[in-house]
Design a protein around this ligand. Structure first.
Ligand code: NAD
Length: 512
């Protein structure tokens, strides 16, 4: 959320830049604030528009709109809510290229990757279409004589969603389809770095028939986030972002009495055993290490290679990296730019840190040819071998195209390193030994595990979430846990009058 001097200069060069409004009660809203922030085109290194930063009053206006809409939306039938979701699904699928272009222009990710992000978000919309099945509740007839017990699932009310820059469409889509389908209303605070996708989605929901006020978007920074956390009408918060902010959101949100799910950062390891198919493992490491320029919470950033195959593995990865193209995401390249110049410089600095800490810099991404404008926030794929686990290159979540190789003696050594990491989002093992894979899935302290699969993001009908400092609270995203998160269960014990029952009994209710 910082702003360099160069960035400010770029902003003053664009005095007529368009300003992106909030979306409140079914219409664009300028709000009361005169604070705005820059939205870059990272492939050109220029500001393409400004975005408004909400005040607490602006957030309150969105929450009030959502609270009013809730009184109506909670009573709309399951069938009608489901129909809105089906229409939204059709619109999103047919207009995905339009949204992908927005993602590429503000985030920088290449077109194919942007379409992939939308596809994974669509999975959750499809899951939301199955809402009748997930929210049916339970019924026990004659639990006690003449008494029936049943449970129903009811919406919470207004829920807040706070999302990161790296998946401007998919992460909001992990949450709002289920929140809305189950009868809640939403205030989304997307990343201020690439905010346009969220307003585009709001317009599409309106086109799909969603009543005004059910889905609202407020833009901004910590001011807007804190206003959501403090607002007494907001019943739940779904957050995705870096670990320090996830922890902050969890602590403040729960202290304010809210239900909170807070997904944090990651450092994902891939363990390559000597019996692995090394070509498959090298392909996987390159895809998972450099896809979306490493700006994915499920990116593989560390390969733990067993000594006996490490040299051969590093050679195979290096050979594949030399063929990657880096540049403007609309030109069919493999990798786009990083999100800001500041972030690019920080990522590039880790190459120097690696050298200082005694690692081998096998490929320095700063030297990679670029197919794009000179001022884009470029950083090519980087490979660093023999990284000590004491180095910041190993410990930090770099969130860029820097793949570290740590050499290990064998399975036990690799497992120990993974389990000692503070993060536990995703991990993968590459092996042809079923027994080793089975031990790994039991013993590793990570929330999502791939067996010969490098990015084990669960499909929409299984829930997503890590362990340790990658998830605060226990509530995972989407899948069955998503339906649980956005509903509260009510148990009803019912008896219809029967003249044979009655009388005084002060004892605690027991079965008869
Ligand atoms: P971030 O934590 O900087 O920002 C996330 C959100 O929090 C944004 O909306 C931002 O405006 C807000 N925010 C930032 N600073 C804040 C503060 N001090 N107080 C209150 N709110 C604040 O994260 P980012 O850089 O946008 O995204 C990248 C991070 O997200 C990485 O750490 C990545 O691993 C993580 N991530 C995790 C997952 C997951 O599923 N676990 C998925 C995607 C991204």
């Amino acid at each position: 959320m910082t702003d360099t001097t160069t960035d400010r200069a770029a902003r003053s060069d664009a005095p007529t830049a368009e300003v992106l409004d909030h979306w409140i009660d079914g219409a664009p809203a300028a709000g009361a604030s005169d604070r705005t922030g820059p939205v870059y085109d990272p492939a050109r290194g220029v500001v393409q528009r400004e975005v408004r930063y909400a005040t607490a009053d602006d957030v309150d206006a969105a929450v009030q709109a959502a609270a009013r809409a809730f009184l109506m939306w909670r009573d709309v039938s399951i069938a009608k809510r489901q129909q809105v979701m089906f229409r939204f699904r059709e619109l999103l699928a047919s207009r995905a290229p339009e949204l992908a272009a927005i993602l590429t222009s503000e985030h920088g990710k290449v077109t194919g990757d942007a379409l992939g992000e939308i596809q994974r978000g669509l999975e959750v919309v499809e899951l939301a279409c199955g809402l009748p099945e997930y929210t049916k509740g339970e019924y026990s007839e004659n639990a006690s004589s003449g008494i029936d017990v049943y449970t129903v699932r009811q919406p919470l009310g207004v829920v807040g969603i706070i999302s990161p820059f790296n998946f401007p469409a998919m992460v909001p889509l992990w949450f709002f389809p289920l929140a809305i389908a189950t009868g809640n209303t939403v205030v989304l605070k997307p990343s201020e770095k690439d905010p346009s996708a969220s307003v585009w989605l709001a317009r599409l929901l309106q086109e799909a028939g969603l009543p005004d006020g059910v889905f609202n978007v407020v833009h901004g920074d910590k001011v807007a986030v804190d206003a959501l956390l403090d607002h007494p009408t907001v019943r739940a918060i779904s957050f995705v972002g870096s670990t320090p902010i996830a922890k902050y959101i969890y602590e403040h949100g729960t202290a304010a009495g809210k239900r909170v799910q807070a997904l944090g950062g990651a450092k994902n390891h891939m363990l390559v055993l000597p019996d692995a198919d090394l070509d498959l493992a090298a392909d996987a490491a390159v895809n998972a290490g450099f896809g979306s320029s490493g700006e994915r919470c499920m990116a593989i950033s560390v390969v733990l290679a067993v000594d006996t195959v490490a040299d051969a593995f590093v050679d195979k990865v290096r050979e594949r990296m030399s063929k990657l193209t880096v540049g403007d995401g609309t030109r069919g390249t493999d990798m786009g730019p990083l999100i800001t110049r500041e972030h690019r410089d920080k990522v590039a600095g880790y190459v120097d840190t690696a050298r200082t800490d005694g690692a081998d810099v096998v490929v320095d991404g700063r030297e990679h040819p670029i197919d794009g404008a000179d001022d884009g926030f470029w950083m090519g794929p980087t490979l660093v071998d023999r990284v000590p686990v004491s180095s910041a290159v190993y410990r930090d979540e770099i969130f860029g195209p820097v793949l570290s190789v740590v050499r290990v003696e064998g399975y036990e050594d690799g497992l120990r390193i993974i389990n000692e990491s503070r993060y536990g989002n995703g991990t993968a093992i590459f092996t042809n030994d079923g027994g080793a894979a089975r031990r790994f899935q039991r013993e590793v302290t990570v929330g999502m595990v791939g067996i010969n699969v490098p990015i084990p993001v669960p499909v929409g009908y299984h829930s997503f979430g890590g362990w340790k400092d990658s998830l605060f609270g226990h509530a995972k995203a989407y899948g069955p846990r998503g339906f649980d998160f956005y509903t509260q269960e009510k148990a009803i014990t019912s008896r219809w009058l029967d003249p044979s029952h009655g009388g005084i009994n002060l004892g605690f209710p027991q079965h008869e």
